[in-house]
Structure formats: C-alpha cells, structure tokens
Design a protein around this ligand. Structure first.
Ligand SMILES: [Zn+2]
Length: 83
C-alpha cells in the first residue's frame, strides 16, 4: 500500500492528500504563482481544490501571510479555475 504524502491546507488547516491540494510557490523574483506540478523550487503553500478554501484564503489574504509575499487577486482567480 503506497503512502500518499499529506500536506496542510493554509485555509482550513486540515491535512489532506497532496493530490487534493494545489501548491502555490514564491518565484525567485518574489511573486506567487500556482505550481501545478508541485515540484518547483521555492517556498510553497498548499490549498484545497475547493471554492470554500479559495474564498476564505482570498478574504483573509491567507496565502500572502503563509508565504510572506504579495498575492494578487489573479492568483485566487486562477485557483478558482483550477478547482
Ligand atoms: Zn482547505
């Protein structure tokens, strides 16, 4: 039985299978982007692929706090579309 790595969603703070989450990462120039592969280098944070968590993170700017970087509305739009 293969063990699926678990990560914590920054919005609901529950541990989930990595594949149920989307990774966002800080690029070398300090921007935040969605990392669909989950494999790019840089500081990363995970969020559930569901509208509630994306809406909550947007409302409280949780990704920016988790990554200590600026996060624009476009990123949240992208996450909503990825969900
Ligand atoms: Zn969540």
């Amino acid at each position: 039985m293969g063990k699926i790595p678990q990560r914590m969603c920054i919005a609901c703070r529950q541990m989930k299978d990595k594949r149920e989450l989307v990774r966002c990462r800080v690029t070398p120039d300090g921007k935040v982007e969605v990392d669909p592969t989950g494999k790019k280098s840089g500081r990363g944070a995970y969020i559930c692929r569901n509208a509630e968590c994306v809406a909550k993170a947007r409302k409280y700017n949780m990704l920016a706090k988790a990554l200590n970087a600026e996060v624009g509305d476009e990123l949240y739009d992208e996450l909503e579309n990825n969900g």
